[in-house]
Design a protein around this ligand. Structure first.
Ligand code: UDP
Length: 322
């Protein structure tokens, strides 16, 4: 039996691929390497292919007994999804349908899905719980929500069992330092702050200092990628044990401001970090914090790592790759 990890050469997928291998699972990473990194696939087998390629997908299912699919393959640049929505709906939605149909043809009925808190849009109430309204404000968020809805219908009609995991702000790197976050272009706060610490960038731009928050900067719920990996394995066990298809928030349940992240990075790196205050970035809600009570209760998940550990692990990986 093997696990198919789509997008397993990407940031979150590569960490889960590692954890699956550590737990003794055989994995097959399926990645078109558009944004993924071949060198991040150090465990299992790599198939370089696109989810649009139904023939290759079928071949993978037929040649291997695939017990479940962990599905990370997606485009994830929020800004780009606004300027090129076709790219996002085609890759994130159409290609997911292609994957689901290959699963149906090959009698595989379990999927663990990388969803996002971006499906909620701008929250009316905090912390966000799974039953709150989902009104995404970007095509990226909408594409993930569409997939969630497709899962529900496929469950009812075809018996697909899914766990859709809505991450808050994924951050950090493998605690052993073997793999980490490598986006090109990089848009996420923690790697950019660390680039400013290492001198790879001259400064960090803070997008907005006049938000109605404790220090005027945006507040997010950062969650360590290794804690995310643990939640995926728990979700898989849950489905294997007959758990019903469901949606789970994955966050630390605590808010950290942009300035607090910069401070944590200064502490961990011991470096100066030049800060430039700039305009707000369009579409950024002031505060996003989730409740993970459901994942804690049903999956027995208990995240271990704080933002300092996220900075520490990301810094170690950045030093290795620079
Ligand atoms: N941010 C910032 N400067 C940057 C990148 C991000 O001030 O160069 C802020 C952004 O406005 C948001 C937070 O950092 O409030 C986290 O942004 P990121 O892009 O990492 O994740 P998002 O919350 O958009 O998923």
């Amino acid at each position: 039996m093997a696990i198919l990890v789509t997008g397993g050469a990407g940031y979150v997928g590569s960490h889960i691929n590692k954890m699956l291998a550590q737990k003794g699972y055989d994995t097959i990473v399926y990645d078109n390497l558009v944004y993924g990194h071949e060198e991040a696939v150090r465990w299992g087998k790599l198939i370089k292919a696109d989810l649009a390629d139904a023939e290759t997908l079928d071949k993978v299912f037929k040649e291997n007994k695939i017990e479940a699919v962990f599905h990370f393959a997606a485009y994830a640049y929020v800004g780009e999804s606004v300027t090129d929505p076709a790219k996002y709906y085609t890759n994130n939605v159409t290609n997911t349908i292609n994957l689901l149909d290959a699963m149906r043809r090959n009698d595989c009925n379990k999927i663990i899905f990388s969803s996002t808190c971006a499906t909620y849009g701008t929250p009316e109430k905090l912390p966000l719980t799974e039953d709150m309204p989902q009104n995404p404000i970007s095509p990226y968020g909408a594409s993930k929500l569409m997939v969630e809805r497709i899962f529900k219908d496929y469950d009812r009609a075809y018996g697909l069992k899914f766990a859709a995991l809505r991450y808050f702000n994924a951050a950090g790197a493998d605690p052993d330092g073997e793999i980490g976050e490598q986006h090109d272009p990089e848009t996420h706060l923690i790697p950019l702050v660390l680039d400013a610490a290492s001198g790879k960038r001259t400064d960090i731009k803070v997008f907005g200092t006049d938000y109605p928050t404790k220090d005027g900067t945006c507040i997010r719920d950062y969650i360590h990628v290794w804690d995310l990996a643990d939640a995926h394995l728990r979700a898989f066990e849950y489905l294997k044990n007959g758990g019903a298809s469901d949606f789970f928030n994955l966050g630390n349940e605590c808010g950290t401001s942009v300035l607090e992240i910069i401070e944590a990075a200064r502490k961990i790196t011991g470096k100066e970090i030049a800060v430039i205050n700039t305009e707000r970035r369009e579409g950024d809600p002031p505060v996003l914090v989730g409740s993970s009570a459901k994942a804690k209760e049903i999956l027995g998940w208990n995240p271990q790592f704080d933002v300092e550990k996220m900075c520490e692990d990301a810094w170690r990986f950045a030093a290795r790759t620079s």
